[in-house]
Design a protein around this ligand. Structure first.
Ligand code: ADP
Ligand code: MG
Length: 228
């Protein structure tokens, strides 16, 4: 087994690389993450946090550099293998929840299981267990508009972890929430780490969020300036 669940080496992402004014969003980032770590990525707006997260979560392709996840050099994957890897090994939570409004809470969470071709009999107990972990038992039949922002974000976390991903990525998951709802979301994530050994990388600009995490990595102008 690899010593680190995730590693990046000299990771670079340059946007508009062929234009007269390229954007050097990340400029050579090295990071090593252990299983079961809860890491916050912090830094000012424009420092490259989302770009870095997108590269690590395989939502984008870096300009250069190396990413290894679970011992796999992800640059070696074909497009098809990459999609499968993303679906089976990684989970992603968006700031705006990105739930499907017509589907119930239960159906939203079951979606990744359906995408893997499983039948309800195969995923039902897993889906119910995950709903319990995020504290939403009893709300299975509600559609997103019947849930608060904090509840919707917990549905989005549940959907991201239902396939038991090795790593959960979250980009400013509490940015749209009031402080009470944000606290509930962060407590859910902390519990996933403590009880189930989930590895989480979360982008945030909230200073207060630091008390929930094990490690804070600061980015400035596309480079790590502090890691502790
Ligand atoms: P953060 O998440 O820390 O606010 P981003 O990673 O979103 O920072 O952005 C880093 C830099 O890259 C910024 O200068 C931003 O304008 C630029 N950028 C981000 N995405 C794109 C894109 N798709 N095309 C061009 N420039 C981008
Ligand atoms: Mg961002």
């Amino acid at each position: 087994m690899a010593e680190f669940i995730l590693q990046s080496k000299k990771l670079v992402k340059t946007y508009k690389i062929d234009s007269p004014s390229p954007v050097y969003a990340i400029r050579g980032v090295n990071v090593k993450l252990k299983k079961g770590e809860f890491v916050a990525l912090m830094g000012r707006s424009g420092s490259g946090k989302s770009t870095f997260l997108h590269q690590l979560a395989l939502l984008d392709v870096p300009t250069s550099g190396y990413i290894e996840i679970n011992g796999v050099d992800v640059s070696k994957l074909t497009e098809k293998e990459r999609s499968k890897f993303r679906l089976q090994v990684l989970g992603y939570v968006f700031q705006d929840y990105a739930l499907i409004p017509e589907l119930t809470l239960y159906e939203n969470i079951a979606l990744p299981m359906m995408a893997l071709g499983l039948s309800r009999g195969e995923y039902d107990s897993d889906v119910r267990e995950i709903i319990r972990r995020v504290g939403l038992t009893g709300r299975e039949g509600n559609v997103p508009s019947e849930l608060s922002g904090g509840e919707q974000q917990r549905v989005s976390i549940a959907r991201a972890i239902v396939n038991k991903p090795e790593i959960l990525f979250a980009d400013e998951p509490t940015a749209n929430l009031d402080s009470e709802a944000a606290k509930a979301v962060l407590e859910v994530m902390r519990e996933l780490v403590d009880k189930y050994g989930q590895t989480i990388i979360m982008v945030t600009h909230e200073q207060d969020d630091r008390k929930y995490v094990d490690r804070v990595i600061w980015l400035k102008d596309g480079l790590i300036t502090e890691d502790k």
